[in-house]
Design a protein. Structure first.
Length: 67
């Protein structure tokens, strides 16, 4: 029987690379950032949001495609 706590702690897949608010920084200690939430981190911003709130990132917006 799977452990309910560990299975519920798996973050939903939010691909920050596809989000319009994601950016790469010059800071080697905090190389990834989120413009809308206003922070930089070592981990992917969506992962940090999940760890802090237990919910997937609600600010995700797909990048506009040119074409």
């Amino acid at each position: 029987m799977p452990d309910a706590v560990s299975s519920s702690m798996k973050p939903e897949k939010v691909d920050c690379f596809q989000c319009r608010y994601f950016f790469i920084t010059w800071d080697k200690n905090f190389p990834r950032g989120c413009h809308v939430l206003g922070f930089k981190s070592k981990e992917m911003p969506s992962q940090m949001v999940f760890l802090a709130s237990g919910m997937p990132c609600l600010k995700f917006e797909a990048k506009e495609t040119t074409g």
